[in-house]
Design a protein around this ligand. Sequence first.
Ligand SMILES: C[S@@+](CC[C@H](N)C(=O)[O-])C[C@H]1O[C@@H](n2cnc3c(N)ncnc32)[C@H](O)[C@@H]1O
Length: 167
Amino acid sequence: MAAITRLEKTFYRLQAQIVSLDWAFEQIQQTPGVILEIGLGLGRTYQYIRQHLPQRQIIVFERDVHSYEECTPPDCDIILGDIFSTLVSHADRFKNRTALINSDIGSFDKVSNRQKAALLSQLIPPYLRENAIVLSDLPLQLQGCESLELPGNARKDSYYIYRKSES
Ligand SMILES: C[S@@+](CC[C@H](N)C(=O)[O-])C[C@H]1O[C@@H](n2cnc3c(N)ncnc32)[C@H](O)[C@@H]1O
């Protein structure tokens, strides 16, 4: 079978983001807490989250803000810098306070993706409340979380979903 092309990979990721976010919005209705967007990029998923969860605080981690104007968070909601530093320095602020994380920081570099996934897997768990949802473009190993199937018509392995288990 032919390898998946970049066009297809991008298409499946964007498709999975929409169905996974829609699903997550339902799942966290009874879970109070902040939303974290890890990797603002052009701001498309941030804008989508803000539109669907206008009452929630959405904090964005990004090293280089280059989002569309209408997709850019207020300065007070942006934590600027390398996430592998900022996720450490802000851990106390968001410890056990996060209801949903959308992490989208991967690239087409497999070695870099593996390193990022390993670091994220260590840094994310302390942030999560019970029943919090984590959506990620990279497969993670999150202690205390279960891995879930993608909802709807999303293609397997195009995005990943985890839920923090009840203790
Ligand atoms: C694929 S884009 C995110 C796209 C976004 N979900 C959207 O809908 O437009 C990935 C972003 O993650 C950021 N990023 C990647 N690695 C990072 C790191 N170590 N620290 C901070 N930001 C990082 C990049 O600067 C880039 O803006």
